[in-house]
Every structure is written in C-alpha cells, then in structure tokens.
Design a protein around this ligand. Structure first.
Ligand SMILES: Cc1cc2nc3c(=O)[nH]c(=O)nc-3n(C[C@H](O)[C@H](O)[C@H](O)COP(=O)(O)OP(=O)(O)OC[C@H]3O[C@@H](n4cnc5c(N)ncnc54)[C@H](O)[C@@H]3O)c2cc1C
Length: 401
C-alpha cells in the first residue's frame, strides 16, 4: 500500500493538536496538513473532560512557560469564542485561604499576579460576602476578575470545522503504532509520511516521543479527576468559581466549585493516582499491560515521597468516599450537605510526567525535538487555557516558520 504523505502531521486531535494545526495553517496556507487521532472525533480525552475554566495565570512563577502562555492564551481563546459565538462567561474567581498557614501562599500568588501583570486583588470579608455570599470566611481571599468559564467541547468542535474548511485533513480511528523510517510512521490505517511531525498525543505523548528516541528522563503517571455536582437546592449558593489555596509544590489546584456554562455547579476534580491512562471509571480503562508499570512507578514515588507524595496520595484516595469529598468541599462552602452533592460520570485523567532520576513531578510544559519532529510533553492544566499562545510557541520552536 502506498503511504499517504503530508508536509505536517499532527498526532492528537485534542486542543493542543488543533491549535497547532491552526497556527501552521496561518503560516503555510498551501501546506498539506493532517491530524491523526485514534478516536472517532476530537476532544475525547483531556480536552473534552476538563473543568472548562480559562485560568488567569496567577498560579505560575514568571520564569515558567506556563506563565508565558496562560494569560495570553486565555485572551486569545475568548477572542475566538467571541468571533465564533461560542458560549463563555467572564465570571471571575475567588481563591480562599481557610487556615493561617496558607497566608504565605496567598502572598506568593499576589506576587505572581504582579509579575505576570494579571488583575487580582486581596479582598476583605465585606467584598467576599458580596461576591460569594455563601463562601467560607477565612483569614484571606484573592479575587481574580478575568477568570472565565467556557464550553470546552464547543471550542474543540468549532476548531475542527474551521480547520476542515481550511483544507486540513482529519484521519480518525488512526492510531500511531511505530516509526518505520525516519519520515514515516505506521498507523492502524496504514503508513503515513511526513516532512515534520508534531506529537500532541496527551496521555500518550511520552510513548510517541519514545519512538523518536526522546522523553528518556520521564515516566508518566495518570491522576484521575472525578467530579460531583450540586443539586438544584445548593446550586444557587455558587455564583462563579471558588478555589482553595493550592499546594504550590504540586501541579493540582485542589477540589473547587465551578458554575459551568450550562449553569450547573461542579465540585472537583480530585487528583487520585490511577492505574491507566484512560482509567475513567473505578476499574474501567485499566489494562494489565500498563497497570503493572504504573503501579511500580506509583510505589516508587510513594517510597521516595517527593512533592509530599505520600500525604497527597492518601488525601486524594480518600476522596473516593463521598464523606471525604464533602469534607474538602465544605472547607469552601460550609453549609454544604451530603444530599446537596449528586454523583456524575464526569471524569478526566491528568497525564503527569515524573522525572525518573529525582522522583519529582514536572510542574511545567516540556518541549523536546529532533530535526523532523517536535514533542509536547506534560501538557497538563492549564494547557486548555494556554493553547492558542502555546501553539504559537510550539510552531516557533520547531523552526518551520
Ligand atoms: C479533570 C481535568 C480538569 C482540567 N481542568 C482544566 C481547566 O479548567 N482549564 C485548563 O486550562 N485546563 C484544564 N485541564 C487540563 C487540560 O484539559 C489539558 O491540559 C488539555 O486538554 C491537554 O490537551 P491535549 O491536546 O494535550 O490532550 P488531549 O485532549 O488528551 O488530546 C490528545 C489526543 O491524542 C490522541 N492520541 C493519543 N495517542 C494517540 C496515538 N497513539 N495515535 C493517535 N492519536 C492518539 C488522543 O485520542 C487524544 O484525542 C484539566 C484536565 C483534567 C484532566
């Protein structure tokens, strides 16, 4: 069979792959561009299973790639949503300290905001009550007015339509298996040749990088994010977004309350160590072949206890029980009762890279490349928010423009 051949091949039709295609099309109006995905449509994994929050960027130190692309990415996604009439709401967000020991982190977040020029202010109890009347009253709170919620899947769908109109080829049900020649990969639907390949494969990006001889310093560990939803009685208690003060040594933001575009309020997500890259259910999505490797990595991390992994794992695993989940949510919304929270099937996986030598979780995005490929590793939160600005960096970095 003759291999199909393209100037640019992108592996992964999540938000990163789609925005990279859009950026390439902008610079190369006549190039042959193909996006390959093993699924039947775009956004079947992290990009269609997230909280749908466009983050302000306050969590990231100014020396990180995340800081450089988050706020700008968010602005560009809002522009896209405006142009394409995609529902979004710039509703703002509260970050609530619930204990005195979180005050240094509050100061650190305000410093980040200043350095990254992100609108954010420390507010008093009176302002807090006006913004979110039912929120817990702790020792400090920050208000971020630019935080926005958006319909993530609507963004992904519209991007696909636009790219198709611009002549980008989508090859679905096409899983990349191996590299057969320097510029050729074998997929479940035959060979595909490329001049340049972008690996935007999310939870499998380390594997694709591996077939190019890269990502040698890292191992991937999946963390599961599950959500509950508030019932009709409790939903009016939340106007927009209430987040806890995060542990800045971890890449997770903690269980939060978010009023999404539909008006529903979700509580979550967790960051429970999982045994599969697609382990969305309790045991569904666990494959024996990968579970053993992941189990060994998790045990190793537990024993080395970097990033306070042991404490974090215990705390997160406990959230499989509703009682413990409720306990975390009550820190932010004290009047919440067990019957206010209803279960939902909403779940996502954060494919988190760990440095094999140090045992530490990687906090920032990572780009690795060869002369004919670029690999987006660790595209964890806020990669959805960052995507348009991140894609510009990715294409710049590949030196094809
Ligand atoms: C629970 C949760 C909540 C989050 N909340 C937010 C938030 O509020 N705001 C925010 O900015 N970010 C959030 N994120 C992070 C954000 O969703 C991700 O960073 C982003 O979606 C990553 O996009 P991606 O394109 O890299 O990956 P994905 O969307 O996972 O896309 C990767 C694609 O590659 C395909 N693929 C994989 N392997 C192969 C292969 N071998 N061959 C062919 N195709 C392949 C997959 O099918 C998939 O479609 C959240 C993530 C989770 C899990």
């Amino acid at each position: 069979m003759v291999a199909s051949s393209y100037d640019f091949v992108i592996v992964g039709a999540g938000i990163v792959g789609l925005t990279v295609a859009s950026e390439l099309r902008h610079h190369h109006p006549r190039a042959h561009i193909a996006i390959l995905d093993k699924e039947a449509m775009p956004g079947m994994h992290a990009s269609g299973r997230n909280s749908g929050v466009l983050h302000s960027g306050i969590y990231y130190s100014s020396d990180t790639l995340k800081a450089r692309v988050c706020a700008e990415g968010g602005r560009r996604m809002i522009e896209f949503a405006k142009e394409e009439k995609i529902p979004y709401s710039q509703c703002g967000k509260l970050i609530l300290a619930t204990a005195e020991e979180q005050l240094p982190t509050i100061e650190k977040l305000l410093d980040n905001a200043k350095e990254n020029r992100i609108p954010a202010e420390r507010i008093d109890q009176q302002q807090l009550s006006e913004i979110e009347p039912f929120a817990a009253k702790g020792p400090a709170a920050i208000y971020c007015p630019t935080t926005t919620v958006i319909d993530s899947l609507a963004v992904v769908k519209r991007l696909r339509e636009k790219l198709e109109q611009q002549g980008v080829t989508f090859l679905f049900h096409t899983k990349v298996l191996r590299r057969t020649q320097k510029n050729e990969i074998e997929t479940t639907r035959g060979a595909v040749r490329f001049d340049f390949l972008y690996n935007c494969a999310g939870a499998y990006a380390d594997r694709i990088a591996g077939i190019f001889g890269l990502a040698k310093d890292y191992a991937l560990v999946p963390f599961k994010g599950i959500y509950w939803k508030l019932n009709e009685t409790a939903t009016p208690k939340i106007r927009a977004n209430i987040y806890p003060v995060p542990d800045v040594s971890l890449p997770f933001l903690g269980v939060h309350l978010t009023r999404v575009i539909s008006g529903d309020v979700y509580v979550g997500p967790t960051a429970i160590p999982a045994l599969g890259r697609e382990n969305y259910g309790k045991i569904k999505g666990i494959k024996a072949s990968e579970a053993i490797g992941i189990g060994v990595r998790l045990t190793n991390m537990y024993l080395r206890n970097k990033n306070h992994f042991r404490k974090m794992a215990h705390r997160e695993m406990a959230k499989y029980r509703k009682r413990n989940f409720l306990f975390a949510a009550r820190e932010l919304l004290p009047s919440l009762n067990s019957e206010d929270m209803v279960s939902t099937p909403k779940a996502g996986i954060r494919p988190q890279l760990v440095n094999i030598k140090t045992g530490k979780l990687k906090m920032d995005y990572i780009l690795e490349k060869t002369d004919n490929s670029l690999h987006v590793l660790n595209a964890i939160s806020p990669a959805f928010t960052s995507s348009f600005a991140f894609a510009e960096r990715i294409v710049e970095e590949s030196r094809v423009v």
